[in-house]
Design a protein around this ligand. Sequence first.
Ligand code: ZN
Length: 362
Amino acid sequence: MSTNASTSICILVTYDREIRAVFIGFPLDKSICVKYYIYMSKKYNEHPELEKSEIIEAIPQACADETAAVEFFEAQRWGDSPRCPHCDDKDVYQIKDRDGTRNKRYLWRCRACGEQYTVRIGAVYEDSRLPMRHWARAFWRACSSKKGVSAREIQRDCQISYKSALFLMHRVRFAMTPVSNSGRKLRGTVECDETYCGGRPRPGSGPHKRGRGTKKVPVFAMVERNGDIHRRVVPNVTGKTLKDAIRECVNKKARIITDEFKSYRGIGKEFKGGHAVVHHGVHEYVIGDAHTNTAESSFSLLKRGLVGIYHAVSKEHLPRYVGEFDYRWNTRRMNDGDRTALAIKNASGKRLIYSDQQNSAR
Ligand SMILES: [Zn+2]
């Protein structure tokens, strides 16, 4: 940081090492600059989503105009170096009409393999007949709303059928969901907990339980303190199921925190950090830094979305909704533009066909 009192220019370096020059009309002394620097770096550290984003500026145009939408997807997928999706060669060019404008189907051609292609090839939108501007809107809405966006809203915004909107959103969700458990394992302090998702039991269906022992679908969460989350729909909550999930997703050096549920017993032996237990049964919720509040607040967000936005989610499709919420949680420190761009990047190399959606299982 440097100051120059005569011209009153203050150069600030923020947490992302971007240099900001701030011009102020009155002479500055060093202490004001230091205070302002601390204030600004704190502000952007706490709210990185407030950073200005070129992507957010470009999206409304992409939602309104097909050419802008195709160019937006091309830029997100290939950046400055477009490639052939068939042979990965860089020697490619856009096919132009006689008047010099882009081909109506937005075709590219590869000189290496001679194939023609568009930005759709090899991505979740490959077989879709929907215009790319609807895809842009779906990705944007799904990535910028904290609790997701319903197919009905997309149906009205894009003026397409409900069936198309539902399928569109399922594919957006599929793009957001990470490929199995390919990411890094959770480290440090990892909270584990389960919840049960599903609607209110129908009248006359007999007695029903809340919490453990219910007939609803269990969702198991493992969440790294100040880090990523990994949730999955599980067939049951036996020790074997839950411990297998923990072994698969959590680094061996981590410390596990759970409640007193018997399925977690003995897991501490396998992890260097041990196993801390909070006894919810006797109203013990926090001991030092041992609590499962992060996992529980993640469930709260998931349930608010399932109840308030989606209303009813079938057992078969629940994993994909959970994947969507996980994606937003894991990218919470990004701004909406970067989150949308990353989802679009994840969409390439993935395919989901209609029959897969019908018998979807993650
Ligand atoms: Zn090629």
